[in-house]
Design a protein around this ligand. Structure first.
Ligand code: ADP
Length: 491
């Protein structure tokens, strides 16, 4: 209440109201901001008075900006942050990126920031995890390959966060593929999405403080923002890019950059987007060059990527080291909470561990494993089966656990056909064993049960930017056994 002051005549406030209405009609500010500012004027907010009285000699644009800054802080003391991402748990999850978008989003929201998320509207999403999903009565037109295409915009909340889902009306049916990634035209699909996400923000006239893009799929946002949208006057935001894994950099022939309206000639240069070792362009490199701040997901990994871990981007990272930082991920402690987890047979906590053994018994029963010896150790492993995750060590751990008389449950699937086949072969070998189970699929509910049931949990990654399963395992009272690399080395 201390912001609201008396003392100026009505005439003063009427002038301010008229000023705001004028800016709104001339499209200098969005309707949304105009509404907030109008309400502030109506309530005779002292901050507007101060800004107006000290505006002598200021250009109109400066005065508008100083008013808009207050429109942001008028409703909240925090920042307006928009995440543009390809995944978000639990609606569209492939791996840790999804957990981070909802976990970080919620944490920032709890601290008083306005947080919004923009996602593609995938046909294969878990639609039942979205509250109040509805399509807006507007169509956003966006540029791609020389044409304008319409996009439907859906809104809904996920984990209490406001989310915009973009449904392109493009003949390429970019997000009607029954899978998230792995399509021949992924580069096109995600450059299209990045462009529409910015177009949506631009057209809504929002005064965003931070646009946070993640991994190569939305790395296009950084150059698009500064080379296209800032020139249109949409320049309030600063860009944060987080690379969750430098193994995936998004490279393509240089001319493919033009699809989403980027200027190939301007960007296909060694100090901008040209890859450091071949003639293609590299989108993660572009985001490093074009973002205001670049982060990765653990301090140790941030060190490692300055050498081979950078997968060819080490020199670029060195050049931009002043704006590059490694920040350790955390987990969403509401989603991953054994005392409230609805997927568990019995909830438990560190103070009452009875439920841990009950969950172990329940999992054994469900998977038709031996329950003859309650203290026979059960080892868990939940992972994407890709070389990064140390698949040969996982294989070794399965055989070694069997040899030592323990039990082992693996939950994982592989986008690499020969790895998937190899593990199907191992699953067949243990078909008649009552101690070893390999479940070669993605299954969120089962993952919770395995964290709860296991005594130990292995993460033998060759490299690991951060890794979340070791943290989740600890939260569920399962002892992680890890290789000392990347985030597995951090606390
Ligand atoms: P990455 O992002 O490299 O896949 P992380 O450890 O950061 O690895 O995150 C993996 C996330 O995906 C964890 O939440 C893990 O529980 C989940 N996960 C991985 N594989 C599966 C699966 N087959 N079924 C269910 N959840 C899985």
């Amino acid at each position: 209440m201390e912001h609201y002051a008396e003392g100026m005549p009505s005439e003063f406030w009427s002038r301010i109201s008229l000023l705001i209405d004028g800016w709104s009609l001339e499209k200098k500010i969005s309707n949304n901001d105009a509404n907030i500012l109008r309400e502030m004027a109506w309530k005779r907010d002292n901050r507007l008075r101060e800004a107006y009285l000290s505006s002598g000699g200021m250009a109109e644009r400066e005065l508008i900006d100083s008013f808009l800054k207050m429109a942001l802080t008028g409703t909240s003391s925090g920042l307006h942050i928009v995440h543009i991402a390809a995944e978000m748990a639990p609606v569209a999850k492939v791996g840790g990126l999804a957990d981070v978008i909802s976990g970080l989003g919620k944490a920032l929201q709890k601290k008083g920031n306005l947080v919004e998320i923009i996602l593609p509207k995938y046909d294969c999403m878990q639609h039942n995890q979205i509250n109040n999903l509805k399509v807006l009565d507007v169509v956003v037109q966006s540029y791609f390959e020389g044409n304008m295409f319409a996009n439907k915009i859906w809104t809904g909340t996920v984990e209490g966060l406001p989310v915009y889902f973009i449904e392109p009306q493009h003949p390429g049916k970019f997000f009607w593929r029954a899978q998230y990634y792995g399509e021949h035209d992924d580069f096109k699909r995600f450059s299209y999405f990045s462009r529409v996400a910015l177009e949506l923000l631009y057209q809504s006239g929002k005064k965003v403080g931070i646009i946070h893009c993640h991994d190569w799929q939305t790395a296009f946002v950084a150059p698009l923002y500064w080379d296209v949208y800032a020139n249109l006057g949409f320049s309030s935001a600063r860009i944060c890019f987080t690379c969750h894994n430098f193994e995936y950099q998004g490279t393509a022939p240089a001319q493919d950059l033009a699809y989403c309206g980027l200027d190939v000639e301007h960007l296909d240069r060694p100090d901008r987007m040209r890859d450091n070792s071949h003639g293609r362009i590299n989108v993660v490199k572009g985001a490093i060059v074009y973002s205001n701040i670049v982060t990765t997901v653990s301090p140790t990994y941030a060190q490692e990527v300055h050498s081979e871990g950078g997968r060819g981007l080490q020199d670029t990272l060195k050049m931009h080291s002043k704006k590059f930082v490694g920040i350790l991920n955390g987990i969403n402690t509401d989603t991953w909470n054994p005392s409230t987890d609805r997927f568990l047979k019995i909830q438990y906590s560190a103070n009452d561990l009875y439920g841990k053994s009950a969950n172990k018994a329940a999992l054994r029963k469900q998977l038709k494993m031996s329950s003859a010896n309650a203290s026979q150790p059960l080892v868990g492993c939940i992972t994407r089966l890709v070389p990064q995750k140390g698949v040969h060590l996982i294989r070794h751990a399965i055989y070694k656990t069997a040899e030592l008389g323990g039990q082992f449950v693996l939950l994982g699937s592989s986008p690499v056909p020969n790895i998937q086949r190899e593990f199907e072969g191992i699953a067949d070998q243990f078909q008649n064993s009552s101690n070893i189970r390999l479940l070669l699929k993605y299954d969120d509910a089962l993952s919770h049960m395995i964290f709860a049931a296991s005594d130990m949990f292995i993460v033998p990654s060759m490299f690991e930017p951060c890794g979340l399963t070791q943290m989740i395992a600890m939260r569920y009272g399962s002892v992680p056994v890890v290789r000392r690399t990347g985030g597995l080395n951090d606390r």
